[in-house]
Ligand binder design. Structure first.
Ligand SMILES: [Zn+2]
Ligand SMILES: [Zn+2]
Length: 231
């Protein structure tokens, strides 16, 4: 399992490939970020149990409510009784178990979502669950035992959020992708201009490393060069 260490935290990558899921740990405190798709439930819960031992999973943060990040959210809530945190603008979606699919941000994906979007939407409904905390611009995680906070980084979806861990590493959901070589530009985004502005917000956190919802880690240098290209 891939891990990263910051001054006070360890970050574990529980799921990779199709969708990433991360667990962050500080002393005896644990927070899960995103849950992947339904078919990865066993892998996900086994890894959580292995790392937690007798400790409690206090909280699940959803970077946004697209199906590929939240399909196991209800199950996590049921098994671990963890608090669920989501951005207020997508709270309604997770309560309905239905989130609008994002728009394509290039010619091919744009065409795809234009033609198939509405048809696909009903296929990607998921088990609904009620969030406990709805965040807005910024939310401090100190009460959960972490020197970390959440910031609003919209663009891929209106309620996309990032988790800034120890001022060193940011878990950014689908605000960035690292699936195709050195491009970090997501193939889907509702508002690409706002998304690129969110990259600047993330640069200003002073983090060195950015962990996306899909694909590999992104260095600060790569983010800065991609920001220069797309701003
Ligand atoms: Zn997404
Ligand atoms: Zn995604």
């Amino acid at each position: 399992m891939k891990t990263w260490d910051t001054k006070n935290c360890t970050i574990y990558q529980l799921l990779e490939g199709r969708s990433n899921s991360f667990l962050i740990n500080s002393q005896n405190n644990y927070i899960l970020i995103d849950t992947g798709r339904a078919n990865s439930w066993e892998k996900l819960s086994n890894k959580i149990d292995e790392i937690l031992g007798k400790n409690k999973l206090s909280c699940l943060i959803l970077t946004h409510t697209h199906f590929d990040h939240v399909e196991n959210a209800a199950k996590i809530n049921e098994k671990y009784k963890s608090i669920i945190i989501v951005h207020q603008s997508e709270s309604e979606y997770i309560m309905l178990g239905n989130s609008p699919l994002p728009k394509g941000s290039n010619l091919a994906t744009g065409f795809m979502t234009e033609v198939l979007g509405k048809k696909l939407e009903s296929r990607y409904q998921y088990e609904k669950v009620n969030p406990d905390i709805n965040v807005d611009e910024k939310y401090d995680l100190i009460d959960f035992g972490f020197n970390s906070y959440i910031i609003h980084t919209p663009g891929h979806s209106k309620g996309s959020i990032s988790i800034i861990i120890d001022h060193e590493v940011a878990v950014v959901g689908d605000a960035m992708f690292r699936v195709f070589g050195n491009s970090i530009y997501p193939p889907f985004a509702d508002d690409p201009d706002t998304m690129v502005k969110s990259w600047n917000k993330l640069i200003n956190t002073n983090c060195d490393l950015f962990l996306p919802g899909h694909g590999k880690e992104i260095s600060r240098k790569l983010l800065e060069s991609q920001y220069e290209k797309y701003k």
